[in-house]
Design a protein around this ligand. Structure first.
Ligand SMILES: *Cc1c(COP(=O)(O)O)cnc(C)c1O
Length: 832
């Protein structure tokens, strides 16, 4: 018989063990080893069978066993101590609470993301973006930052990967029952499931219930459209992550953005939590949240569209995560019109205004990143290099400004140490960091990885159809003493999964070197619709299947957080060879580094700013070479050369007790110098200080006095809009102060006259700009000075000559208003 429907029944715990339920549902256990050890102590074998998932464990353990534990005083004392520790963690003041009155900090921050990778026990992510969001929530919890995460709950998560016999990726979509996951339904005062609704075309309504995962102190709200009230097609809106066509995707994004704001409002109301003032849009997908907040102000507060826009921008932070054009969401304009046209979904938000917010070069497309940037007063990329690349890439939104003035900053990603560092590593005290202690620990972690590799290779072959009898060789795959290199990530083209196969003979030689062999572990999922990515995986698998090398190179299917952990712990070297500068940040190398893994990487993303010559190796990039084939050849050759001539010799250079002391000095340097900088806590603190706190102040400023600030700002912008085209600089002059020929540092006076076309002097800032001048007349390395207005349109500033050689100057007029975050914000400038 087949079951009609499947559902999960939670264990009912004996009263004395009730706290175990709370410890199992608060996901702090995922980064708190003592809580994990407590669950392991319930039943060590069942804990393993349950894949270290407390809820699965409690379902699996027989009631009689639980009754026995409920009478075991020693065990009960341990439960109490662990529960007390959790309570203390949840309630005691932390970093955010002890920042005093030095800054007004937002009471709540809404953090919106399409995916969240908190734990493998809640598989709601596809890769780096989601895992980063999970790490962000955990670090916010550790710091006491009052975040509320908002996203969708996918019934099948992303997908599970396996391989066919000939190495082709196969996808599986196991159906997850939310009741078996560490989630609680958000309910209303009467105890009924709380729901949010959004309108969809055809006079229909999309309903969603709200699940809450508790990530330490931070609630994560996940919307789920799989409810009886929905038509069948609408039930499927949250079926899979990144799984459908454009129509499916826009529905998901409408639910995440518009429905997400409604969910967070409802949740705060039901729980007495202060409503968020600051909203963080983690990548463009969730960008519709800004439109819903405009609607709230238009229909609820009687604001005009422009006033509401000014108001919501003040409290919005947008983070862009990719410089790869294919990574940016673009919808056909028709589709956006289909959903946002008319007055049902967002009354008071005219479709022309919506379309203008997402406009891009191609008039037929609606660009979610452009909308994200236009709806947020503050924006950033995710490494220094990515910030720079983004300023160039999105510069057209701020025409007339040099790339370095484009108001997109950067916060380099970090990773959550307690999630990604091996427990033995975090227990180590700095003074214990002797070479031999560290080396022993590294060898222990490599050994664990080798065990995991053998288990997974065997399981994969069984799955591919091999019989157990022919798999004896898998017991000796990999060697715990061999230099282990890891490469695991999603498989978009720019990450170049197969660069290592550029010269297969050369790779074979490295793997099979008689004294200094290398072993290579590879993993990664390709997007289900990306056959070229699957072909890359197949190439690796076919190579790794060869009898001559299969003990030294493996492809492990189904890369996820649980596999990743062993890779980051156990690999000696973490390899990354993206096409620079397309890796926005990259975080897997950071996780390896927290465990003493050394990076061998193209200087892209985070590695561009962290590589210092003593913490790993930089693969030279040939990013100026236009022919991609030749570029791959050059970079692959450099990679082989580094591995053969530097990495392997260093690893195998041992002292009399077998310790590679020179290697260990790089490991120690990596751990002590880089470790603290790579932490997600550093990242979240930066977000608080440079984004959330200023956004909170701006949001407060525009709301004050029934949105007086927003109204003034809207009037101001309208005034600028209508006068700007006829503002002009009518006269300029530069005179060198002093009698002699100009020398560097000498003061000069710049004078100008400006016709403000009816604007007042306080509406603008007039700047003198001096810098190097190229033959083309372009200025670079400029210094600027604000010019002081005199009578009747005259302006003057004195500044020092900044450079020797050919120097030029100009004068420019910029909008000025105290509620603008930067003078470039409106993307308007008049040049002399
Ligand atoms: C960290 C992580 C990623 C992201 O790695 P990148 O270096 O950014 O490609 C992807 N998947 C998992 C499971 C991770 O833990």
């Amino acid at each position: 018989m087949r079951a009609l429907r499947r559902f999960t029944v939670r264990a009912s715990l004996p009263e004395p063990l009730a706290a175990l339920g709370r410890l199992a549902t608060n996901l702090r256990w995922t980064w708190h080893p003592p809580t994990q050890e407590l669950f392991a102590a319930v039943d060590p074998q069942a804990w393993q069978r349950a894949g270290n998932d407390p809820l699965a464990l409690l379902r699996d353990v027989p009631a009689a066993h639980l009754e026995r534990l409920a009478a075991d005083e020693g065990f009960l004392a341990r439960v109490r101590a662990t529960a007390d520790d959790l309570d203390h963690y949840l309630t005691a003041p932390r970093w955010y609470q002890t920042r005093g009155e030095q800054a007004e900090l937002p009471a709540t921050i809404g953090y919106f993301s399409m995916e969240f990778g908190v734990t493998e026990a809640l598989p709601n992510y596809s890769g780096g973006l989601g895992v980063l969001a999970g790490d962000h929530l955990k670090a916010a919890s550790d710091l006491g930052v009052p975040l509320i995460g908002v996203g969708l709950l996918y019934r099948s998560g992303y997908f599970r990967q396996s391989l066919s016999l000939d190495g082709w990726q196969e996808e599986h979509y196991p159906v997850l029952d939310p009741r078996g996951l560490p989630l609680e339904l958000v309910t209303d005062a009467a105890g009924a499931p709380a729901q949010v609704h959004v309108s969809v075309p055809g006079n229909r309504t999309l309903h969603a219930r709200i699940w809450r995962a508790q990530v330490g102190r931070v609630p994560l709200l996940l919307l789920d459209s799989n409810v009886d009230e929905n038509d069948d097609d609408l039930r499927g809106v949250t079926d899979r992550l990144y799984g459908g066509d454009q129509d499916h995707r826009i529905r998901q994004e409408i639910l995440a953005g518009v429905g997400g704001v409604r969910a967070v409002r409802l949740y705060c109301e039901l729980t007495g939590t202060p409503q968020p003032e600051v909203f963080h849009t983690n990548e463009g997908h969730a960008g519709f949240l800004g439109l819903e907040r405009i609607r709230e102000l238009v229909t609820g507060q009687g604001l005009e569209f422009d006033q509401a826009l000014a108001a919501i921008r003040a409290g919005t932070v947008f983070t862009t995560h990719t410089p790869v054009p294919a990574g940016i969401d673009r919808f056909p304009v028709d589709l956006v019109q289909h959903y946002f046209g008319g007055d049902r979904l967002l009354p008071g938000v005219p479709i022309e205004r919506v379309l203008a917010l997402g406009a891009e070069e191609n008039p037929g497309l609606f660009n979610m990143a452009h909308m994200g940037l236009r709806l947020a007063q503050r924006a950033n990329g995710v490494s220094k290099l990515h910030g720079e690349v983004s300023r160039g890439m999105f510069g057209a939104l701020w025409q007339g400004f040099d790339a370095d003035e484009v108001p997109i900053g950067s916060v380099t990603n970090g990773v959550h140490g307690h999630t990604w560092a091996a427990p033995e590593m975090t227990r180590l005290e700095p003074e214990q960091l002797t070479d031999s202690v560290l080396w022993e620990l590294r060898c222990g972690l490599r050994k664990k990885l080798v065990d995991d590799v053998r288990r997974r290779v065997r399981a994969s072959w069984l799955q591919r159809g091999a019989s157990a009898l022919e798999l004896g060789w898998t017991d000796s795959v990999f060697d715990p003493d061999v230099l282990t290199v890891g490469f695991a990530r999603r498989v978009p083209t720019y990450k170049r999964l197969t660069l290592m196969l550029r010269d297969p003979e050369r790779l074979r030689t490295l793997l099979l070197h008689p004294e200094r062999p290398v072993q290579l572990v590879v993993a990664g999922k390709s997007h289900p619709a990306d056959d070229s990515g699957k072909a890359l995986i197949q190439q690796i698998v076919k190579f790794a299947d060869e009898a001559g090398v299969r003990h030294r190179i493996v492809f492990l299917p189904d890369y996820d957080m649980s596999m990743a952990r062993y890779l980051y712990w156990g690999c000696d070297v973490w390899l990354n060879n993206p096409m620079r500068p397309l890796e926005a940040c990259g975080t897997s190398g950071m996780k390896a580094a927290l465990n003493g893994g050394l990076n061998l990487s193209i200087r892209d993303g985070w590695w561009d700013e962290f590589y210092d010559g003593k913490n790993g190796w930089a693969i030279p990039t040939a990013d100026g070479v236009p022919d991609p084939n030749r570029r791959d050849d050059l970079e692959a050759a450099a990679l082989y050369e580094l591995l053969q001539a530097q990495v392997a010799p260093l690893f195998y250079d041992r002292d009399e007790s077998g310790v590679p002391t020179r290697w260990m000095s790089l490991v120690r340097h990596t751990l002590t110098e880089m470790g603290p900088q790579l932490q997600a806590e550093r990242m979240v603190k930066e977000y608080v200080e440079t984004y959330y706190a200023p956004a909170g102040s701006s949001a407060t400023a525009v709301r004050a006095g029934s949105f007086q600030g927003a109204k003034e700002l809207a009037v101001y912008k309208a005034r600028i809009r209508s006068a700007w085209n006829r503002v002009q600089v009518t006269y300029t002059d530069l005179s060198v102060n002093g009698a002699h020929a100009p020398v560097v540092g000498q003061p000069v006076t710049v004078r100008a006259r400006v016709d403000l076309n009816g604007l007042s002097a306080s509406d603008v800032e007039v700047q003198a700009v001096i810098g190097r001048v190229a033959d083309s007349g372009e200025l670079s390395d400029v210094v600027t000075a604000t010019m002081t207005p005199g009578m009747d349109g005259s302006y003057q500033a004195e500044l020092g000559l900044p450079h020797v050689g050919s120097v030029g100057y100009t004068v420019r007029v910029l909008p000025h208003h105290e509620l603008l975050a930067t003078p470039a914000e409106l993307g308007r400038v008049i040049l002399a």
